[in-house]
Design a protein around this ligand. Structure first.
Ligand SMILES: Cc1cc2nc3c(=O)[nH]c(=O)nc-3n(C[C@H](O)[C@H](O)[C@H](O)COP(=O)(O)OP(=O)(O)OC[C@H]3O[C@@H](n4cnc5c(N)ncnc54)[C@H](O)[C@@H]3O)c2cc1C
Length: 388
């Protein structure tokens, strides 16, 4: 089956009243994210019932077509859902992002049997994880060493993956492996691997971030995967998927920085020192005003990138917008949460206020799905600079 990297960019076929959709997402976040995230953060454990709740609310597969139970909407609506959930907590929200990105490899490019996995993911019956990164292949995805060797009607996978969000919770690991060593990106394929297959071991990584949706090392030791589980998608499709993911990442951190700014603004109004609110000092008020501009700029860049994505314009024409949004939002969220932490003073460093948790959560923003440097390289290339 021939696949195109433009496939992941099919135009949305449906539209919604975006304000009503935003209200629905906001109500969902209040109802389902707010009561769960703190316990999940303490337990470092993903609440599976949250995934089921998202699926029931129609938030999984927003961009998938209706034949697999999706909503046929665009990246714009996906960004709205992501932003609204992240305004309560960015880490439970990431579960939606993972389902939609891994799911899209199945429903955009998969065979009928693989699309059935996507249908179950969208229905809340099959949690999936994106299984790409390795200890020696972080930003350098082309260096993936996990090997898949053909043996009759199945493949045998060996390798070690790292930082796989929900890797130990997922039913299916959408895994990138090298099928033709020595051919670089051309010899890479995805496999939809049952996590419960013999030879698959998941070990949680003790990270300071993403605690409600933990990351795992996944060891593949002589894991047998049927040929029917090999996806037609290859390297070009991963890159297309990563670009859509970057819009979602920007929306995630937009929601988080908005929340941090709201908190810091309210705190600056009620916290009194020297007989007046700390926000009466220009030095504090101006920092918060600067944060407001960060939030507004991140909002415009994020939704502009989503609109460009949904326009169906060739991928090369939207990369500049996507990378700019991702870069700016992931830089801005660090600035805004650091300001919120500073406004919190000594109390900001305690568990009695949310400032430290918000600042810690934001630290992962520049790292995943292409770091600052990777976005800058991509922007510089699109500007025509001869950067390698
Ligand atoms: C919380 C979390 C969740 C994650 N979830 C997933 C997931 O679900 N699935 C998955 O597959 N992966 C996941 N990842 C992996 C994530 O995408 C990688 O951590 C990321 O790609 C960075 O890889 P690395 O940590 O090996 O850093 P490295 O690639 O080693 O980078 C280290 C530093 O070097 C810089 N650098 C690297 N190359 C260059 C260059 N060419 N030019 C200039 N600077 C460079 C980077 O910008 C960075 O600052 C997750 C990571 C985290 C932390």
């Amino acid at each position: 089956m021939a696949v195109s990297k433009e496939g992941a960019r099919a135009r949305p076929v449906n539209s919604v009243d975006r304000e009503a959709f935003r209200d629905m997402c906001r109500a969902f976040a209040q109802r389902e994210v707010a009561p769960r995230w703190q316990q999940a953060d303490r337990d470092r454990a993903f609440p599976r019932d949250f995934y089921v709740a998202m699926a029931k609310a129609g938030l999984i597969g927003l961009t998938a077509d209706e034949s697999v139970g999706g909503a046929g909407l665009g990246a714009y609506e996906e960004a709205i859902a992501m932003e609204e959930m992240s305004r309560i907590n960015p880490n439970l929200a990431v579960a939606m992002l993972v389902q939609n990105v891994a799911g899209s490899l199945l429903y955009e490019y998969g065979t009928d049997a693989q699309r059935e996995i996507a249908r179950r993911t969208i229905a809340g019956e099959c949690l999936v994880a994106i299984t790409v990164t390795e200890p020696e292949a972080g930003n350098d995805v082309q260096n993936v060493q996990t090997r898949a060797v053909r043996d009759g009607d199945h493949w045998v996978l060996d390798g070690l993956k790292s930082f796989i969000t929900l890797g130990g919770d997922a039913d299916v690991l959408v895994t990138l492996a090298q099928t033709e060593p020595g051919t670089g990106r051309r010899g890479m394929r995805f496999f939809a691997v049952d996590r419960h297959s013999p030879g698959v071991t998941a070990t949680q990584i003790d990270a300071y971030v993403n605690r409600p949706a933990p990351t795992y090392r996944i060891q593949f030791d002589q894991v047998k995967v049927p040929e029917s589980r090999r996806l037609p998608a290859g390297f070009a499709e991963i890159m297309a998927g990563f670009n859509r993911e970057r819009i979602m990442v920007a929306a995630r951190w937009l929601g988080h920085m908005h929340h941090a700014l709201q908190w810091a603004t309210e705190y600056a109004q009620v916290r009194r020192q020297f007989g007046r609110p700390i926000g009466a000092n220009q030095s504090i008020a101006f920092q918060l005003a600067q944060c407001h501009v960060d939030v507004q700029a991140a909002r415009h860049l994020t939704y502009h990138a989503a609109e460009r994505w949904d326009s169906g314009a060739p991928l090369r024409d939207v990369i500049l917008d996507v990378s700019s949004a991702k870069l700016f939002a992931t830089q801005a969220v660090v600035r805004v949460t650091q300001t919120a932490l500073h406004v919190g003073g000594g109390w900001g460093l305690t568990e009695e206020l949310p400032a430290m948790r918000m600042a810690m959560d934001a630290l992962v923003a520049p790292v995943t799905v292409g770091s600052y440097e990777i976005q800058l390289r991509s922007i510089a290339r699109e500007m025509g600079l001869p950067v390698d």
